[in-house]
Design a protein around this ligand. Structure first.
Ligand SMILES: Cc1cc2nc3c(=O)[nH]c(=O)nc-3n(C[C@H](O)[C@H](O)[C@H](O)COP(=O)(O)OP(=O)(O)OC[C@H]3O[C@@H](n4cnc5c(N)ncnc54)[C@H](O)[C@@H]3O)c2cc1C
Length: 440
């Protein structure tokens, strides 16, 4: 039976980042992925000459966030990022820049004057509580919004933004998520408040070549002491005397003193024995499911570089015309756009229901159907746990010595790939504290 320092279970972006980091810290790492491809929901592939991603992606907090920190520390090859441009919202057949600051809100004409004032009051209430160090941990966006008499349009808008940010509506979205949204995490509190009052922070990025280029750069940076097996599923994490001893897969058995689990925590109790009370915490984790409709168009429908949020359509939609960031993602003269929708709990998607979503797109862009050269859809889970108030996030250390976790159900901060990266930084810190990694 082969011996390793660490085994990584699952090679989505979380597992890959963890494997790369540990290998670069000098550990002998075995990385196991059950699918034939690595990357999980962070991949790109070709459909009839268009390069689609696994859902519309933008990367947040790149300047001083955890992804940049990991790239600086461990990547030999780094992806090229292009600026996302602006966020736009579509109302009454016109597009408007997303209002990030109090002055921008005051001038946001799609909303009535009363709604604008109510938004500003809500933001000021929130910032006052934040500034005076009130505990906001258990507060949701609704707790602030209910104080004012908003119109249906404004309430729908606020709810949709929460849904796209966290996967749950405003009743469950922690208000702290709004404070950090689109703004540098490392700025002091006073600067963050100033951002809301005057400047705003909104630069997000897209990796040139598609989201897969992050995975490609990572793979090219893997040193020889990292061994990767695809098409090999971990069926059991073995424990001996309360400590991790290795894993069993559908093909072999391996030994290691540390195992990093990078699959969904909801599946964790099926691969390792955990205290019953602890395992129960993963049972009712809320997770959002999305449908992404990719349309390859022979006519340019999106002139601006940026993404659009539609909240007035019968189903809210987030649109990213990715070929505006990188024309190579579509054949010459054509445009590629991803339309992201959140699915209702238990909603099934069939070939017929796709028609319903095309009709939603037509509500804003009548006649688009005639210009569709390629259509492709994906149903996926963006994160293993939505950032819902009552969801349990495990942290990196699990209740078995030597067993750690990374991923989007481990750490609540930020979202998606940035959240995954936060969990990997926490992992390295925990392994250092446990004496497993010695950093200079
Ligand atoms: C529609 C959509 C839009 C998104 N938009 C954004 C965005 O704008 N910005 C952003 O930052 N993020 C976004 N994301 C989220 C981001 O892509 C994910 O959060 C991130 O890629 C999750 O990575 P992960 O490695 O934690 O999980 P996953 O990608 O789910 O990887 C888990 C891996 O573990 C493997 N695995 C599981 N169990 C086992 C086992 N027993 N043995 C071996 N292998 C196993 C799985 O096969 C999988 O490859 C979006 C995602 C989607 C779907």
């Amino acid at each position: 039976m082969k011996n390793y320092d660490t085994i990584i279970v699952g090679c989505g972006i979380s597992g890959l980042l963890a494997g790369l980091a540990l290998a670069k810290e000098g550990k002998r790492v075995l990385m196991l992925e059950k699918e034939d491809e690595v990357g999980g929901v962070c991949r790109s592939y070709d459909i009839s000459g268009f390069t689609v991603d696994t859902g519309p992606h933008l990367i947040t907090g790149l300047e001083d966030g955890p992804i940049q920190e990991l790239m600086d520390r461990y990547f030999d090859v780094v992806p090229t990022f292009v600026e996302n441009g602006e966020y736009f919202v579509r109302f009454d057949n016109s597009i408007y820049s997303f209002p990030w600051t109090v002055p921008e809100w005051l001038a946001f004409h799609p909303f009535s004057f009363d709604d604008r004032l109510n938004i500003v009051r809500t933001l000021l209430d929130l910032l006052a509580d934040y500034a005076s160090n009130k505990s906001l941990d258990k507060k949701t966006v609704s707790d602030y919004v209910v104080k004012y008499d908003f119109s249906r349009r404004a309430l729908r808008f606020i709810d949709c933004i929460c849904l796209f940010l966290t996967g749950v509506g405003m009743g469950e979205t922690p208000v702290l998520r709004i404070i950090s949204s689109g703004r540098s995490k490392k700025k002091p509190k006073a600067e963050k408040i100033k951002d809301f009052l005057v400047e705003g922070g909104k630069t997000h990025y897209y990796p040139r070549g598609g989201i897969q280029s992050i995975v490609n750069a990572l793979m090219q940076s893997l040193p020889k002491n990292a061994e990767l097996h695809t098409g090999e599923k971990v069926t059991k994490i073995t424990v001996s005397g309360g400590c991790v001893s290795g894993v069993v897969t559908d093909k072999a058995e391996y030994r290691a003193k540390a195992v990093v689990y990078a699959g969904p925590n909801t599946r964790l109790p099926s691969v390792v024995e955990l205290p019953e009370e602890y395992a129960q915490k993963f049972k009712d984790l809320k997770r959002a499911r999305t449908l992404t409709l990719w349309l390859g168009l022979d006519k340019r429908y999106f002139e601006e570089v940026g993404s659009e949020i539609w909240t007035e359509t019968s189903r809210p939609c987030w649109v990213i015309p990715t070929s505006n960031f990188n024309s190579a993602l579509a054949p010459k003269g054509e445009q590629l756009a991803g339309f992201g929708f959140l699915l209702a709990e238990g909603e099934r998607v069939t070939g017929d229901s796709i028609e319903e979503y095309i009709k939603v797109v037509e509500e804003e862009l009548p006649g688009i159907r005639k210009h569709v050269k390629m259509m492709h859809y994906q149903v996926m889970m963006p994160e293993q746990a939505a950032n819902a108030k009552n969801n349990f996030f495990s942290g990196v250390k699990l209740p078995v010595t030597g067993l750690y976790a990374v991923g989007t159900d481990v750490d609540r901060r930020s979202m998606g790939i940035t959240r995954a990266a936060y969990s990997v930084i926490s992992l390295i810190n925990a392994l250092e504290q446990d004496g497993f990694v010695v950093r200079e």
